[in-house]
Design a protein around this ligand. Structure first.
Ligand code: NAP
Length: 299
């Protein structure tokens, strides 16, 4: 049997960033609007520092303005809320992202709800969650939207396909399921209390794994020819003691069964930042009542 097609998230994300860069140039030249992204990091978690640095670097690369706010981990909740209030009022800032997780003494719910929905480029504010659920025009969370872009590129029409989403987090699983539903898939959400996860997976034409459990999905859980999107990012120790990044899917097994599959790294990961930039451009265009052709799909 032939091996699955490897879905190249790096290449797709690079193409998306090029399109966005062109549009950013246009609105800067013709409308004198420079999309601005504010990224807020609380504390000194090394992984979060890397994410924030990459987000800022990519924003600047495509001609956006980037505002980085690095705050000590002992900042009070009120101080953080006051900063967000200021960013909400700042006309140079079109998108606000607060890097999660936050220290335990700060309520992430309160912080997410403090971000103005129009500037909520992560799509986590309840207003945007409601818009997605009711088919309205809000902001769509970056990782699930990145997965959808790869799926549509790979499969075209998704109507009628059976999709299984493994995981029900607010950040990935639930919005992913909403997006698949919007594309007229028949959607099942499996989670830690699901009775027979492998059996659910075996029925899927599209399998999206977002559980955060290294290589949990085995080859014999996958329907032959299915499209597998692996959202997982798990750091594991190799036999030689070094560290490596693996997904939620056992890639070497899955690649022999699936029709197409995203690798880890190089699959969903690069899409998340590219979609964040797309959401920031969309936010800027909406705030200035400009057309956003580069973002037209998925609005
Ligand atoms: P999360 O909040 O921890 O949610 C994990 C979900 O998986 C939960 O719904 C949980 O079920 C379910 N689950 C856990 N163990 C399970 C099991 N044995 N069987 C079935 N379901 C199980 O994680 P997340 O934030 O959604 O992230 C998921 C993964 O995606 C992580 O590896 C994360 O690093 C990665 N991620 C990657 C990107 C990217 O840009 N590539 C972005 C975000 C996240 P319950 O609800 O029942 O507990």
């Amino acid at each position: 049997m032939s091996e699955a097609k490897i879905i190249d998230g790096n290449a797709f994300a690079a193409g998306l960033r090029d399109t966005l860069a062109e549009h950013v140039r246009e609105i800067r030249d013709y409308n004198h609007v420079t999309p601005g992204l504010a990224v807020v990091l609380v504390g000194d978690d090394p992984a979060s520092q890397v994410y924030v640095r990459n987000k800022n670097r990519r924003a600047v690369e495509i001609g956006m303005e980037s505002f980085e706010h690095v705050l000590p981990s002992d900042i009070t909740e009120q101080q953080l809320l006051t900063l967000i209030e200021g960013l909400n009022d700042d006309p140079a800032v079109h998108g606000i992202l607060v890097q999660l997780p936050l220290p335990p003494h700060i309520s992430s719910t309160k912080v997410i709800e403090a971000i103005h929905p129009d500037k909520d480029v992560d799509g986590f504010h309840p207003w945007n969650v409601g818009k997605l659920a009711t088919g309205g025009k809000g902001m769509i969370p970056c990782t699930p939207l990145g997965c959808m872009m790869l799926l549509r590129d790979q499969l075209g029409e998704l109507e009628g396909l059976k999709a299984v989403v493994l995981g029900r987090s607010n950040i990935v699983g639930k919005p992913m399921a909403q997006l698949l539903l919007r594309e007229n898939c028949t959607v099942t959400i499996a989670h830690s209390r699901t009775r027979d996860v492998p059996a659910e997976c075996r029925g899927a034409d599209i399998l999206v794994a977002a559980v955060g459990r290294a290589e949990m999905v085995r080859g014999d859980w996958i329907k032959p020819g299915a499209t597998v999107i692996d959202v997982g990012m798990n750091r594991v120790t190799k036999p030689d003691g070094g560290r490596k990044l693996v997904g939620d899917v056992r890639f070497d097994e899955a690649v022999k069964v699936a029709g197409a599959i995203t690798p880890v790294p190089g699959g969903v990961g690069p899409m998340t930042i590219a979609v964040l930039l797309r959401n920031t451009l969309l936010a800027a265009c909406r705030q200035h009542r400009l057309k956003a052709p580069a973002c037209d799909e998925w609005v």
